[in-house]
Design a protein around this ligand. Structure first.
Ligand SMILES: C[S@@+](CC[C@H](N)C(=O)[O-])C[C@H]1O[C@@H](n2cnc3c(N)ncnc32)[C@H](O)[C@@H]1O
Length: 405
């Protein structure tokens, strides 16, 4: 691979924004890719993948390069040098790469790889928490899987097309995909690419949605004509899937505390041809109280640590803090307690997270069922824990609960 100066420099600028100015990697990459219209798909994926790689391996690379935060430009180049050397990329004779200690980099990589927190490039607290929650053996495998690059998975929008028709429409646009066994509407892309530019996307034929995430709406056992409340709808990934499963019949009330996310949901719903969604921002407690006892189905896609989606968001390793997870666990307990009241007698509810930590998942459900007045009205129908190390997709949890009639 030949390194191009403008691509490497753009990568350095992006890393500076993420590491030194606290910006989110996905937003920074999106902005960076707009910088030069002449960049082709290879150039764009070089920038995106190199930035994500260096973010993912920050702790390991910084240790090898012997640099500490905040990283100045010279330090960022040293991180890049480690990345390139470990990938066997020949460095050009630019002044920034002069005197690169190739053998020393490889030697340090070998010795640091014996220690998990360096090998997997995670903060001490995260390693300790993972062991405490999942046990040494499972955590070891799980964190390794969460460090792999996530595949791109699409969900065919059955309001407008079928999985097979979508596959052939994509093929016409030179995008090769294959169906995923066990996932009704999922297609996996053979190669990464900017699918948002395709006509198939503009036509609303698909959404990008991880395979594990595609199991959540199905878990809720919705039927056309039902009244469904998606309590933590965000920008609507799962709301749109619910609308498709309900064939646009019935009503989906989509709530979130952030009105701007619901605006994005509206835009996506329009493109997807989903007409049965009623977005409502939670700007007072009344919004939820009015819904008590009214829904056949309730989805709580709860705010969580996101530890199951580190493959997609590697910068969460550095942005998450243990105190934040402690607070989240309290919020999740309150959310289940309050939103479960929306379910009508005989109705069902799914509690889901994209975390792999039992304290955000099965322990929350156990606590709700055993220790809360509202929980005593429910029984657990089934639950599914998805580990990335077992499926190759995001880590997720979902529990289906039924309210006694
Ligand atoms: C895991 S995300 C939802 C993702 C979304 N369901 C999807 O499939 O694209 C959790 C959402 O909960 C929202 N949220 C956080 N606290 C909340 C609360 N107390 N009530 C409702 N929504 C909340 C966040 O704004 C965020 O959009």
């Amino acid at each position: 691979m030949r390194l191009h100066r403008n691509l490497v420099f753009a990568t350095m600028d992006a890393l500076n924004e993420i590491f030194n100015n606290g910006k989110y990697a996905d937003k920074v990459i999106e902005q960076t890719l707009k910088r030069d219209k002449r960049w082709g798909s290879r150039d764009r994926s070089f920038i995106a993948e190199t930035v994500y790689d260096i973010v993912r391996w920050k702790r390991l690379y910084a240790e090898i390069a012997e640099v500490k935060e905040p990283f100045d430009r010279e330090n960022l180049f040293r991180l890049f040098t480690v990345w390139a050397t470990l990938r066997g990329i020949t460095l050009p004779d630019w002044p920034q790469f002069e005197g690169t200690p190739t053998r020393r980099i490889k030697g340090k990589f070998d010795s640091l790889s014996k220690i998990r927190k360096y090998r997997e490039s995670i903060p001490d607290w995260m390693d300790e928490l993972g062991v405490k929650e999942l046990g040494e053996k499972v955590w070891e495998k799980e964190i390794a899987a969460l460090n792999l690059q996530a595949p791109v998975i699409l969900r065919a929008n059955t309001l407008k097309t079928t999985k097979d028709k979508l596959r052939s429409a994509l093929k016409d646009e030179e995008i090769i995909s294959e169906p995923l066994k066990g996932y009704k509407s999922a297609l996996k892309l053979e190669e990464r690419g900017n699918v948002f530019r395709t006509q198939a996307f503009k036509n609303g034929f698909f959404e990008v949605q991880d395979a594990s995430s595609q199991l959540v709406a199905e878990f809720l056992e919705v039927e056309p004509g039902m009244r469904v409340v998606d309590t933590c709808a965000g920008a609507g990934g799962k709301t749109l899937h619910l609308a498709a499963l309900m064939e646009n019949k019935g009503q989906i009330i989509a709530t979130d505390i952030y009105g701007n996310k619901l605006k994005e949901l509206k835009r996506r719903a329009k493109r997807a041809g989903a007409h049965n969604i009623d977005p409502r921002a939670i700007d007072s407690t009344k919004v939820i109280k009015k819904l008590y006892g009214t829904a056949d189905r309730v989805l709580i896609d709860s705010p969580c640590s996101g530890l199951g989606v580190l493959s997609r968001n590697p910068d969460a390793k550095w942005k998450l803090q243990p105190e934040f997870i402690d607070r989240l666990i309290k919020t999740q307990a309150q959310i289940i307690e309050t939103y479960s009241r929306i379910v009508k007698p005989g109705g069902k509810m799914v509690y889901a997270t994209c975390s792999v930590l039992p304290s955000e998942n099965e322990k929350q459900v156990e606590n709700f069922l055993k220790n809360t007045e509202e929980g005593k009205k429910f029984k657990l129908v089934k639950e599914q824990k998805i580990l990335s190390s077992e499926t190759g997709f995001d880590g997720f949890y979902m529990a289906l609960l039924e309210k006694k009639a």
